[in-house]
Design a protein around this ligand. Structure first.
Ligand SMILES: [Zn+2]
Length: 309
């Protein structure tokens, strides 16, 4: 009699009963990584195009995530836009377990082509353009998932509580109390406390002499303290209405050299490119991925030509 129980993707615990009792052993099964390429042309929607090309929704969603910095997937997508993707699939015993990383992707939006390749630097992996620039910006445009913008950047605003002309030097993002607030960029906490009408306030210092400010928080994230370093996207606190506020919202400010800029329109600097020490390896390792994309595009063009377009 033998019983086998999966421990994880690779290991299984096997228990065998023999005449002198039970014996157990851990069996390792090989997981094979396959590289898959796909090319999709958008007719009705991004996800339908992905499905028609055999691309799992999770991969399509991650492709959109890669290009979110350049393409507004809610507003900018047009019929005829297309994407190519090179991604991993993990197989075991002839069965597909799941998808792995996206290795390279291309998105053509209204005739403009964007490309991203994955590069593993050992301690972290990230996505870059073929030239080695980051595909991300150093800042997230809106550091909270908001329900609506309740007040815009306006230097001549009448204050809703004080009823005086008071410049509104930030953007108000309305969201339910407790909604997580993310660090807009990598930085260091230089203020964490109560700041008058701003209530619970956090200020981050970033590179390029940029600071961001987050006000009216219901509470701070317990691990984010004065002097701490934070990473872009890390949760730093939660939406609330402490200080002078008529409802729960995040008041968000973006300052360059101490001057307030409109967070909705300010040009956001790019994130760090491939470090100089990795440049050569980057070029060597990403060349085959870019060749994959070229082939996917050629196949797609041939397909379009055959269908008479
Ligand atoms: Zn405000």
């Amino acid at each position: 009699m033998a019983v086998s129980r999966e421990l994880d993707e690779i290991r299984a615990l096997e228990v065998v009963r023999t005449e002198d009792g039970y014996h157990s052993a851990i069996a390792e099964r090989a997981v094979e990584t396959r590289v898959v390429t796909a090319q999709a042309v958008i007719q009705s929607s991004l996800f339908n195009a992905g499905r028609a090309a055999g691309v799992p929704d999770s991969v399509t969603m991650n492709v959109a995530g890669l290009f979110q910095w350049d393409v507004d997937f809610a507003l900018d997508i047009r019929q005829g836009d297309q994407f190519s993707v090179v991604y991993q699939e993990l197989w075991r015993d002839g069965q597909r377990l799941r998808t792995g990383n996206i290795l390279a992707a291309e998105f053509v939006n209204r005739g403009r082509t964007y490309r991203a390749v994955r590069f593993d630097m050992g301690d972290r992996a990230d996505y870059f353009t073929p030239e080695g620039r980051s595909i991300r910006r150093a800042f997230i445009r809106a550091p909270v998932d908001f329900t609506r913008i309740s007040s815009r950047f306006n230097l001549n605003r009448r204050h809703p509580v004080l009823h005086t002309i008071r410049a509104h030097r930030g953007v108000d993002y309305a969201a339910p109390t407790g909604t997580p607030i993310k660090a807009a960029g990598d930085g260091r906490v230089i203020f964490r406390g109560v700041q008058g009408g701003y209530g619970n306030t956090l200020i981050l210092q970033h590179g390029g002499n940029i600071t961001t400010l987050y006000a009216h928080m219901s509470r701070f994230h317990p691990e984010v303290r004065h002097g701490n370093r934070v990473r872009q996207g890390q949760v730093i606190g939660y939406v609330g209405m402490t200080g002078l506020a008529t409802g729960p919202h995040l008041h968000y400010e973006y300052r360059v050299n101490g001057v307030h800029r409109d967070p909705l329109t300010v040009e956001l600097p790019p994130a760090e490119p491939v470090p100089a020490a990795y440049r050569e390896r980057f070029a060597r390792e990403t060349a085959p991925l870019l060749a994959f994309l070229d082939r996917a595009q050629d196949a797609g063009d041939a397909q379009l030509a055959m269908s008479g377009r």
